[in-house]
Design a protein around this ligand. Sequence first.
Ligand SMILES: Cc1cc2nc3c(=O)[nH]c(=O)nc-3n(C[C@H](O)[C@H](O)[C@H](O)COP(=O)(O)O)c2cc1C
Length: 358
Amino acid sequence: MFEIDFLGMKIKNPLMLTEGPLSGNEEFILKAAQADLGLIFTKGIRPEPILSPTPYLGIYDTSLMNGDWSCIGYEAWKGVFSRIGGDVPLVASIAKNYVTPETAADMAAGLQKAGARIISLVDYNPQELIKAVSLARPRIKVPLMVKLPPFLPNLEEVLRGLVHAGVDAIAAMDSIGPVLSIDTETGAPLLGSADGSGYLSGKYILPVTLKYIYEIARFVNVPVVGVGGVTDGDSAVQMMMAGATGVGMVTEPMISGLKVFGDVMDEIKNLFERRGFRTLEEIRGLTLRRNTERSISELYKADIDPEKCIDCGICAEICYSNAIDKMEGVHKADHGICTGCGLCAGVCPVKAIKYILI
Ligand SMILES: Cc1cc2nc3c(=O)[nH]c(=O)nc-3n(C[C@H](O)[C@H](O)[C@H](O)COP(=O)(O)O)c2cc1C
C-alpha cells in the first residue's frame, strides 16, 4: 500500500532521510537503513574531507539551527558506494555549491561508477544547478535529481531550465538561512561558525516548504520530494497533499531518534484508515484539486457547534472584534460582528468552531 517506485527504485515507503549528520558516513547509513524509511540521501559530498567549527548544532525551540558542512570527502564516499551502494537505497548527494558545474559532472560520473543508483545535486544558486544538470546528464545513466534552496523569486524559470536540462526529480528544500540566534547571557552567537550564523530547519519551516512544494508540483511532471519541517504523520500527509511523491526528514530524527520514521508511518496509516484513503495517489496533490473546488469569499463566519463546545470561553477571550458571547447558556458568534478571521477555530481545544458561508 505504501511502497512506491521512485526513479526506478522500489522503495518500501515514501519517507526519506535527506542530507545531514545521520547519513554522514557508512556506519551511520547502515544504522539509518534499519529505520522504517524508503530512501537515504548521503550528507552533501564535497571534494575534500572537512570538519565544521563547533558547536555546529543549536536547538532553537522546536527547531534546529546548524552550521554543519562537514564531509568525509569524495574519495571516501566512492568507497562507501562501492561497498554498500547496491544494498542500501542510497542517493549520492553532491554539494554542488563547493565545486564548478564541470567538477560536479565529473563527481557524478565517478559516483555512478562506484555504484550510486541515483545522483542529486544541491546548490543555493539555481543557474549553477541548471548548468551542472546539463553537463552531468549526458555523462550518467542513473537518474539525476536536484535539491533547491528556499525562496526562489523566479521559480518557474528555474524549473523550466532544470526540466529542459534533463532533471529526473526535484527535492525542496534546503534549510533556510543564513539565520542568527544569540545567547543573552553572554551576547555571543549560538553557533561556532565564523560569523556565528547558521541555517534553520525543522518544524518552523514547514509552511514555507508546503507552499514551495505546492508550486513546484503543479508546474513539473517529474517526482517531487518535500523536505523541510516534517515532524509527524500529519505534516508528512500535508506534504503529499501539496504534491510530494517522497517526504524527507532530517531535524526530527536528529531530535527524536530514527524511530520517528516508524512513528510517522504509523500515524500515516491511522490517518488513511480514519479518512478511508487506500492509495498514496489519492492524496498526492489533493490540495490543488480542493483549492480549485472551494469558493473563495469574505463571507465565511464562525459557527460554534453547541454539541462539541465545552464552554471554556477561550474563543470569546481572544476574539478581538468581540463577536463571541455566551448567549442562552452557550457560546455563539454574532455573524453581524464576526469578521471571519479564523483565529477562534485555531484556538478551540475541541475543534467546535467551523467557518460557514452565510
Ligand atoms: C545538521 C544538518 C546538516 C545538514 N547538512 C546538509 C548537507 O550536507 N547537504 C544538504 O543538501 N542539506 C543538508 N541539510 C539540510 C537537510 O537535508 C534538509 O534539507 C533541511 O534540514 C530541511 O529538512 P528538516 O526540516 O527535516 O531538517 C542539513 C540539515 C541539518 C539540520
